[in-house]
Design a protein around this ligand. Structure first.
Ligand code: AMP
Length: 423
């Protein structure tokens, strides 16, 4: 027998019993996007490596270690072109914004996306190589109100998903005016303690000292004493940050200031945030993360355009909700269509078609087994009702059986939907 082929490490199959929970969160993402007046956008699953290198920064983990490279068909012209599966959605969305000249549209633009992201990271609980993100972006709005609006949106998603105790971590990492002095302060501080840094951090220190702060293995005492970006903000950034926080207070959205929250990507400016369940604040436990990226459009060849967004991990939110005992909603009642006539396939399909048109969830039995056997497997498949098709169909009538009660009666086919309480 040939050896079995298994799914690649870090990926997972969503089996039917898991997909109802997943679908519920996808529907919530779509519904909330509509309620907050976002328009859907979809960008390709792969892009030029250059986009991520420029947009995310060469020193980001996503570019340095986690990029999933893709090449064209062997021997093709494009074989050497360097593409990568998208590790995150913002760079692709802003690339599309610039490419399609979307700055001329009435703004600010409010865009959302839902789909898989890919990172070649070491797989573990809550960290996959393919995962699904719901992403929202507002492009063209510099003010702090939208910062608060987006944080409130992520907060609402988690609440409506049934996750209790979600809390936002919040920071501001300044802008082009004040970041250089902050970088310098970090460089001096960590430079003086280089012996206590991991190899990874020593390298980060040279390329982007902010990223030392999100080193998973940074000595906690060293981290606690590090200069804080919030203390190094210029007047404009300080004012923006204070205004965003005041709005969150008004909205009653709980947050904690977190000076280590610099986010892994180079494009962030000013506000950064992540969501956790209180008490579960490890690296693999962030449920959502985002921030402002006022310099990104320009970096990608567009005109200077402010932007802000977040990505929310559907897989992780599902795990968190399940851990808290949230279950997926029960599906609409299932109706089986069966018949004592071993050859009445056309009739079974015709009846199934009529019931589906009335909105019911219908599973016709395609076997020629005895009626009793068909009813038995209908009940096993979770059907609450069976419609038994026989001679009386000529008069527009069928037998409707309540499988749990074991009772049945003859009825008009067109009345079945009202009688089973669906449709
Ligand atoms: P990030 O841009 O890394 O902050 O990602 C945004 C959100 O996506 C995180 O808060 C997680 O919920 C989710 N996420 C990121 N990486 C992974 C991963 N490897 N596996 C599962 N979910 C992830």
């Amino acid at each position: 027998m040939p050896a079995r082929i298994t799914a690649p490490r870090g990926t997972r199959d969503l089996l039917p019993e898991e997909s109802a929970g997943f679908a519920r969160l996808e529907a919530l993402a779509s519904d909330l996007s509509a309620r907050y007046a976002f328009d859907r956008i979809d960008t390709p699953l792969f892009e030029r490596v250059e986009l991520f290198a420029r947009g995310l920064g060469e020193s980001s983990d996503a570019v340095e270690k986690e990029m999933f490279r893709v090449s064209g068909a062997a021997g093709s012209e494009e074989e050497r072109a360097e593409w990568a599966l998208r590790p995150e959605p913002t760079a692709g969305i802003v690339r599309a914004f610039v490419e399609h000249g979307m700055h001329v549209r009435p703004g600010p633009l409010r865009l959302w996306m839902l789909g898989p992201m890919f990172r070649y990271d070491r797989p573990q609980a809550g960290r996959y190589r393919q995962f699904t993100q719901w992403d929202v972006e507002v492009i063209g709005d510099p003010g702090p109100m939208v910062d608060a609006e987006l944080i409130e949106l992520a907060h609402r998603f988690l609440a409506e998903a049934g996750v209790r105790g979600a809390v936002a971590h919040l920071n501001s990492i300044g802008d082009a005016a004040c970041r250089p002095a902050y970088r310098q302060a970090l460089l001096e501080y960590f430079g003086a303690h280089e012996d206590r840094l991991t190899d990874d951090s020593r390298r980060r220190l040279r390329v982007n000292p902010l990223r030392v702060l999100d080193d998973r293995n940074l000595d906690p005492d060293l981290a606690a004493g590090a200069p804080r970006s919030a203390d190094h903000l210029c007047a404009e950034c300080a004012e923006h940050f204070a205004a965003a926080r005041a709005l969150l207070d008004e909205l009653g959205v709980a947050y904690e200031l977190d000076h280590r929250l610099v986010r892994g990507l180079d494009y962030y400016t000013r506000t950064t945030f992540e969501f956790f369940v209180a008490g579960r604040e490890g690296q693999q436990q962030a449920l959502a993360g985002g921030g402002r990226y006022d310099g990104l459009a320009e970096l990608l060849g567009g005109r200077p355009t402010p932007g802000i967004g977040f990505g929310l991990g559907i897989d992780r939110v599902l795990l968190a909700a399940e851990e808290q005992g949230v279950t997926a909603p029960v599906a609409a009642p299932l109706v089986a269509v069966v018949s004592a006539d071993p050859e009445a396939f056309a009739e079974r399909l015709r009846v199934a078609s009529v019931l589906r048109e009335a909105g019911l969830r219908v599973r016709p039995d395609g076997s020629s087994r005895k009626l009793g056997k068909q009813l038995e497997s209908a009940a096993k498949a979770g059907a609450g009702w069976a419609v038994i098709v026989g001679q009386e169909l000529d008069a527009g009538r069928v037998v409707l059986r309540d499988l749990a009660a074991g009772e049945q009666r003859e009825t008009l086919l067109r009345d079945v939907a009202t009688q089973v309480g669906g449709g």
